[in-house]
Design a protein around this ligand. Structure first.
Ligand code: SF4
Length: 75
């Protein structure tokens, strides 16, 4: 299973990840940084989650698009 992490404190809120993969990434309403949607969080952690198989490809797209390269993907 793939694990996706976001180094949230380095996010610049560009929106690329939640535009590329809106079922998995979203904007946090309080700090405006990217977070993982509730359904896919690991233990409720907003910065770490596991996508469904259908969403793996778009999480990889998001990681490539991130201008500050803070989305980590580990297989
Ligand atoms: S693509 Fe990167 S910098 Fe842009 S909102 Fe997502 S995590 Fe933040």
């Amino acid at each position: 299973m793939v694990k996706v992490t976001i180094d949230r404190m380095t996010c610049v809120s560009c929106g690329s990840c939640w535009e590329a993969c809106p079922d998995f990434f979203e904007e946090n309403p309080d700090d405006s940084f990217s977070q993982i949607t509730e359904k896919f969080r690991n233990n409720g952690n907003i910065g770490e989650g596991t996508p469904s198989a259908e969403l793996e490809a778009c999480t990889r797209d998001a990681a490539e698009l991130c201008p500050v390269q803070i989305i980590g993907i580990s297989d």
